[in-house]
Structure formats: structure tokens, C-alpha cells
Design a binder for this molecule. Sequence first.
Ligand code: NAI
Ligand code: ISE
Length: 334
Amino acid sequence: MELKVGVIGTGAIGKEHITRLTNKLSGAKVVAVTDVNEGSAKEAAALCGARVEKSDKDVINASDVDAVIVTSWGPAHAASVLAAIEAGKPVFCEKPLATTAADCKKIVDAEIARGKKLVQVGYMRRYDKGYLQLKEILDSGKVGAPLMIHCTHRNPSVDASYITSMAVSDTAVHEIDVLHWLTGEQYKSAQVLFPKSTSLTHSKLKDPQIMILTTESGIVINLEVFVNCQFGYDIQCEVVCEKASIKMPDPLFPSIKMDAEYSTAIETSWKRRFIDAYDVELQDWINAAKAGGAAGPTAWDGYLVGLGSDALVKAQETGKVEPVNAGPCPSFYR
Ligand code: NAI
Ligand code: ISE
């Protein structure tokens, strides 16, 4: 039996996920879509032969919808996820789970009260081959304990609505999640430094930024977020351990020798950089949702990212080192 899916939010990644679910993955079909922009919903419906519903609640409560994908704007995520939990339907929610830790916690509490894991959060880097290779080496124990992690998250450019806090809430959230998963540790503190800004930014966006997170055992993570770097979509991660330094591989492009130059392309798009990870992530979700549940990053993971994210945004404002206090993981999520 195919899983019948409803999609809420049919913008860039909503359409990407609808297309991969319709043309690439197996075991599911999209039967209903909605978007506050009706034109966008109609375009998405045409991609997959689905019908357009008026609101997220209409999608969630439709009797032929078995499971829900939430790909609306971040501030709309919490209400749709809570409604899906109330309806007892598995829900895949794109990052972030919610825009504040307090709203993430409401989702955690609702899921625990419902007594079943229904939520998967779209932190797809956990499914990326490069990060999985890093994790396998770290978990083998042969490199010793991780001490420092150096990361970059660079985008060629962003649109004018992207402001300083979004370097955390839209962008760094990926690292906050994947580094927690990689190290198996929770965060203790957060700090943000603002280097000289590029002349290619605007008055409401400080760019680049250096974010510093520390973990409970004392690992120091420094993350450069630079969203107008111009040259490419450049995701780097190097873990320095007691006995080795491990660097995530770059995407493979051929080297070209031509006109007395030796060149290799650089990825420019998040859609292509993590295309395989999105595929594996959503197939994992389909398989789990068909069994009535969820896989991958949980609502608790989404909450931990919310705490890290809130602390980094506060640190942007105060200029101080801000504490992060998660408390113990509930047994429901262990
Ligand atoms: P987008 O702006 O292209 O699309 C969002 C869509 O949601 C818009 O069409 C908008 O009209 C619709 N929308 C907003 N509120 C709604 C509501 N209450 N009900 C129904 N529709 C609503 O944005 P994009 O890039 O597709 O991002 C969507 C989400 O996916 C964001 O949370 C973003 O952070 C996340 N994302 C995740 C990525 C990843 O790498 N995992 C990559 C890109 C986006
Ligand atoms: C975007 O929303 C994403 O989630 C991409 O994965 C990320 O790399 C980019 O910085 C965000 O703007």
C-alpha cells in the first residue's frame, strides 16, 4: 500500500520534495497540497496530480491523508506539526522544527503525551555520505576523543530579506544539529564574533559571522557562516582529535587542465550539494511513516537545536558567552 501524503508549503523545497517523492522514491504519493499562495499550490499540484486544499488543517485532517510533510516558512511549522500530532499522523517537518526552543518544547510535550514518535525533522546532513564517514571514523575510537571542530557554511549569496539572526536560525541550525549528532554531546555555551563585514552585504545583515559553541566535555566548535561569499556553496567540517584530524571530503568534480590553468569546479547550490542526503532522508521517512512512526532526527533533536539557536541569537545581541542548558533527554527519546 502506498503512503498517501499531504504537503503544507509548496515553495522551493516543498516542490523539490514533491518531485523526488513522485519521480524518484518509492512507496508514497502526494494526494493533497496547500500553500498560502494559491498559485504556488496549483503549480505543485500539477507536478504530482494532487488536489489543492485551503489550509494546513484541511490537509492534515483529510481522511485520505496518511502522513504530512511541512515545508512552509519556519514560523508556521509549530502549528502544523502540533495539529498533525493531534491527528495522530506521522509528520516530516523541514528545519527548523520551530523558531524558538519554547515552541519546540511544546511539540516534544505533545508527542510524549500522545505516546508515539510521529515527528521527523529535516536535518538531512545526518544522511550525507561525508558526515556519515566522519562519524564512522570518530565512533571507531581509533582517532581518540574529538577536541576541536572547524566548520564553514558559505552560500554564494542570499536575498534582501535575510538578516543577521537568520545566519543562526536559517543557516547554522544545520551545524548545530549535525555536530550534536556527530559528537553525541549537548552544548554548554554559545558565542558570536562579527569580523569586518563584506561590502556586498546590507545594513541588516552582518556577514560573515564566527559562531563558537562548546560541548559538555569541552569540545570547542568554531563555525564560519558567510552567506555572500560569491564563489560557491561551500560546506566544510574538520574534526581535530587526540590522534588525528579528519576532514569531510568535498563533492567530487573533475580537474581540468586547459589554457595553462588547472581548475576544479565548486558546488554552488544546496539543492545539488545534499541531493543524495535528501533522497535517503525522505525514503527513510516514507518507510517509517508507512509503519505509523518516524525515523531520523526527532522532536527532541529539534528542541536541542532550538536551544542552541536561541543562545546564539542572544549572543549576537549581547556580545557575551551565553549558556545552553538542555537538561536530561526524556526516556521517550532515548
Ligand atoms: P519558500 O519561501 O520558497 O517556500 C515556503 C512556502 O511556504 C511559500 O510558498 C509560502 O507561501 C508557504 N507558506 C508559508 N506559510 C504557510 C502556511 N502557514 N501554510 C501554508 N503555506 C505557507 O521557502 P523554502 O526555501 O522552500 O523553505 C521552506 C522551509 O524549508 C524553511 O523552513 C527552510 O528553512 C527549509 N529549508 C530546508 C532546507 C534544507 O536544506 N533542509 C533547504 C531549504 C529550505
Ligand atoms: C537554506 O535554508 C538551507 O537550509 C540550506 O541547506 C542552507 O545551507 C542554507 O544556508 C539555508 O539558507
